[in-house]
Design a protein around this ligand. Structure first.
Ligand SMILES: Nc1nc2c(ncn2[C@@H]2O[C@H](COP(=O)(O)OP(=O)(O)O)[C@@H](O)[C@H]2O)c(=O)[nH]1
Ligand SMILES: [Mg+2]
Length: 304
């Protein structure tokens, strides 16, 4: 399967609901004020965000389209062009982050969004061309979190640095970076716990992790990726806002796009926060993380 096909498959639920909804609205009704209001409502329901819904409505209103004669593709293209316009500047190439040795990537996000799984998949991508990967198990809150990361380390042939359940996450991060540096690793990916309900603790934890990493390399962590679960809908907006207060975010990875019909949420996030988008999770397996590509995303979402 080529990469575009993977995007199409991963976004098929969203694409189906968005494109059939739009077809119903645009092609079966006359373009008038009522229809435009319906269109905006539909887009808001599809989780693209209120700003994007309004802008899309305006774009559509100002375009001279005679629905009788225009092909569906032509109309969908207006939408897919808008999506690329917003998301293209946010593409961030994974290869560009490898200028440090080791490059330290801290992974943040609330419980269950897919942090550990994404670290495994990301490690597989970054480990191509014999790059050496080590994982730091700094989610010491649950023993299961460490063993889950161990399974991934084996699967992708990476090393892992861990400690006992309940031990200090910052000390794991420190040990992991020490190890990565001494053994000439290319990437260190650090897993963290995501108890956002205890924001003060989480903030302290991130502060401490960052502080000890800087003792070894003052520029680290080089990246902090926030993982967002697309199936949780509008609450991801709140998660970005909260995590931005906790630690500087250098990129976003959205997971579980395969499990939702509301993949338009990526547009809402992109439009609102303008944070770089690194990759998209479209399944649970090791090859189910795709580097972000705005063209593929918009074309797959709009089914053009
Ligand atoms: N369908 C689907 N499931 C995912 C994806 N990413 C993660 N998951 C699943 O989400 C669940 C939680 O993932 P986990 O990595 O443990 O989340 P964490 O608590 O943030 O570390 C697991 O069952 C994963 O297999 C994805 O892109 N698609
Ligand atoms: Mg985890």
């Amino acid at each position: 399967m080529n990469i575009f096909d993977k995007f199409k498959l991963g976004l098929s639920k969203s694409s189906k609901s968005l494109s059939s909804g739009l077809s119903d609205l645009i092609l079966k009704k006359k373009i008038n004020e009522n229809m435009l209001v319906e269109l905006e409502d539909f887009l808001i329901q599809a989780d693209v965000g209120v700003e994007s819904a309004r802008e899309l409505r305006e774009k559509f209103a100002s375009t001279k389209i005679n629905s009788k004669y225009s092909g569906k593709e032509e109309i969908f293209k207006i939408f897919s062009d808008y999506i690329s316009e917003i998301l293209k500047p946010l593409e961030k190439n994974l290869e560009d982050i490898s200028t440090n040795k080791p490059s330290v990537i801290l992974v943040a996000g609330v419980n269950g969004v897919g942090k550990t799984t994404t670290i495994g998949k990301l490690g597989k991508i970054l480990g191509q061309n014999n790059k050496k990967i080590v994982l730091g198990a700094a989610d010491t809150f649950r023993a299961a979190a460490v063993s889950q990361l161990e399974v991934w380390a084996k699967k992708i042939n990476a090393d892992i640095i861990k400690s006992d359940e309940g031990s200090d996450p910052a000390s794991v991060a420190y040990k992991a970076l020490e190890y990565a540096k001494k053994n000439n690793f290319d990437y260190l990916l650090i897993d963290t716990a995501g108890r956002l309900q205890n924001k003060k603790n989480l903030m302290e934890e991130f502060k401490k992790i960052t502080k000890v990493l800087k003792k070894i390399d003052s520029n680290s962590p080089h990246e902090t990726f926030l993982i967002l679960d697309a199936t949780t809908g509008q609450s991801v907006i709140n998660q970005v806002e909260e995590f931005k207060k906790i630690t500087p975010i250098t990129g976003i990875i959205m997971t579980k796009l395969d499990g939702t019909a509301k993949g338009g949420i990526l547009l809402a996030i992109g439009r609102k926060f303008k944070l770089p988008i690194i990759a998209l999770g479209m399944g649970e397996k090791e090859d189910d993380l795709q580097k972000f590509n705005s063209k593929y995303f918009s074309a797959a979402l709009m089914n053009v």
